[in-house]
Design a protein around this ligand. Structure first.
Ligand code: ATP
Ligand code: MG
Length: 522
């Protein structure tokens, strides 16, 4: 190998953000901050408090809450195994028996969810291998036994399954239970924001790390609730409508364009299974005309067929039975109360009988909000009611409703409609020359920053011409010129870069002048 090629190979690897993740850079991050600030403010006016949650949770939490059959859980989660420290170093065959004893103890104490059958298989296979090693069998069968042992050991559970969160509702419910929030005045209103992770095919508006703004209302079921069902239904309908009103108010504040709210009721444990059977029967009759995805869903989850965007399936789907005609009395009452409540709040909605959500936990109210400029990924918010989810996760009987806003898409839509802020330029660039001027410049920068101005102070002396060029590039409004003359006179020169005009000020007058002009421009 010549020296040249060796050098080439040493070139360090160029790293890139992992597919489906991305860096958010200024000035775009200013828009993200503005959106998040608006959420803090809008949600606070509805009495919501912020909850900050871990980014990873036990995988089982999502399996239970979101549902093992859903796309999210069955194929999109980022999952890894966290082994206890004592099991971190994998053993050689000669220490394997000691290692397996430790595993057995972890299974016994429940620190690792036990998988005793798998453990026994490994133990038995180890015995077999030890016998082979003692020389009873021939080499070929010994190798086969060792290979088998490695395979079985590889499948053994040595730690806890942990997943990066694909959504937030499950974690909020976990936290509600963990902190005994049913003791607090009900309902408990929480919101959170942050990254979510789903291994989906990346495209515009669809990422593997994306951001959600999420709000949830949780309410422990009153003991006497069963006695007064109509009051409970009215209560729940008002809560649903207020949650929807809140997200619509938030979008309104952001001046999000083309906002459309669609609602539906997907029934409850009583009526939905009957409807699903009806739907399945209707789908089986037209099975041949459906695509492979929908055909599969007839068995696994017929409701999801309604979600299909496939052009050829649309006329068939249009003939399917509507759930609204098959809701039980309580669900029907609840649904019409939600609609009335939305009207009372001036929230404009459209009913969409085909709106079902991809997560198992929803019941009754479901809704989705779309916005402009997003192509086919145009849903900026999805939500619904999930009574019973907290109980499913081992908590007390609790009702719930919430939504998740896709922040990436929200930002995209705002950018498309020209709501993105321009690059924030500096207010003042300090052009200084000379040792004495440097000291004054440092002090001036401190005072100006304290007064809230954005200041650029070059670290080394520059010729005035170069400094002014730099100030221009950074989009500064003013250049403050400090040379020996200015310092000894106590009169500082301020140049307005837009028109090139220049004026001299004493230090206090200068601050005053800048303050006044800032007030005028903002
Ligand atoms: P979609 O039908 O667009 O896949 P979803 O039903 O999977 O959405 P939810 O799980 O309800 O979405 O999440 C709520 C919101 O989060 C969505 O409306 C969307 O704005 C956003 N969202 C979901 N998945 C992604 C993703 N991979 N990238 C960016 N945003 C996403
Ligand atoms: Mg999805």
């Amino acid at each position: 190998m010549s020296e040249g090629t060796a050098k080439k190979e040493e070139k360090p690897r160029k790293f890139q953000a992992i597919r489906g993740t991305r860096d958010l850079l200024p000035p775009e991050t200013a828009l993200w901050n503005r959106v998040e600030q608006a959420a803090h403010e809008a949600f606070a006016t509805f009495g919501f408090g912020e909850i900050r949650l871990p980014i990873f949770e036990p995988t089982d939490l999502f399996v239970r809450a979101v549902g093992g059959e859903t796309d999210i859980v069955s194929k999109e989660m980022y999952t890894f195994v966290e082994r206890p420290e004592e099991l971190e170093l994998l053993p050689s065959i000669s220490d394997l028996d000691v290692f397996l004893q430790k595993v057995r103890q972890f299974y016994k104490s429940g620190e690792i969810p036990p998988d005793n059958l798998a453990l026994e298989l490994v133990e038995n296979q180890l015995k077999k291998v030890n016998d082979s090693l003692a020389g009873i069998s021939n080499r070929e069968s010994r190798d086969r036994d060792i290979y088998e042992l490695i395979m079985l050991f590889g499948a053994l559970r040595l730690g806890n399954d942990i997943s990066l969160r694909p959504e937030a509702t499950a974690s909020v419910c976990r936290a509600y239970i963990e902190h005994g929030m049913q003791q607090l005045p009900q309902p408990v209103k929480l919101y959170c924001m942050g990254p979510m992770f789903r291994r989906e095919r990346p495209q515009k508006g669809r990422y593997r790390q994306f951001y959600q703004i999420d709000a949830e209302v949780l309410e422990a079921t009153r003991l006497d609730a069963a006695k007064d069902t109509s009051k409970e239904l009215a209560n729940d309908a008002a809560v649903d409508a207020e949650v929807i009103e809140m997200v619509m108010t938030f979008f309104d504040r952001l001046e999000l364009q083309g906002v459309q709210l669609e609602i539906n009721s997907i029934g409850c444990r009583e009526c939905r299974p009957k409807y699903v059977e009806l739907l399945r029967a209707a789908l089986l009759k037209v099975k041949d005309k459906l695509g492979p995805d929908s055909q599969r869903r007839i068995e696994t989850n017929p409701l999801r067929v309604l979600d299909s965007k496939l052009e050829s399936e649309q006329p068939i789907i249009a003939t399917l039975p509507h759930i609204a005609d098959h809701l039980c009395e309580a669900c029907a009452k609840h649904y019409s109360a939600v609609k009335r409540q939305l009207e009372m709040r001036g929230v404009i909605y459209r009913e969409n009988w085909r709106l079902v959500r991809g997560l198992d936990y929803y019941m009754r109210t479901t809704f989705e909000i779309t916005a402009k400029g997003l192509g086919s990924q145009n849903a900026v918010c999805g939500g619904g009611r999930y009574d019973g989810l907290v109980e499913l996760l081992g908590g007390p009987p609790t009702k719930g409703i919430g939504f998740a806003i896709g922040e990436d898409r929200l930002i995209l839509s705002l950018q498309e409609s020209g709501k993105a802020p321009a690059q924030q330029g500096r207010d003042v660039y300090i052009a200084w020359m000379g040792e004495r001027a440097h000291a004054t410049a440092i002090r001036a920068a401190k005072d100006l920053r304290k007064a809230g101005f954005s200041v650029e102070l070059p670290p080394v002396e520059q010729k005035f011409g170069k400094a002014l060029g730099q100030a221009d590039k950074l989009g500064a409004k003013y250049a403050l010129i400090l040379g020996d003359n200015e310092v000894s006179e106590g009169l500082w020169t301020l140049k307005t870069l837009a028109d090139g005009s220049q004026a001299k000020y004493t230090e206090p007058d200068l601050l005053d002048h800048l303050r006044k002009s800032k007030r005028v421009s903002s």
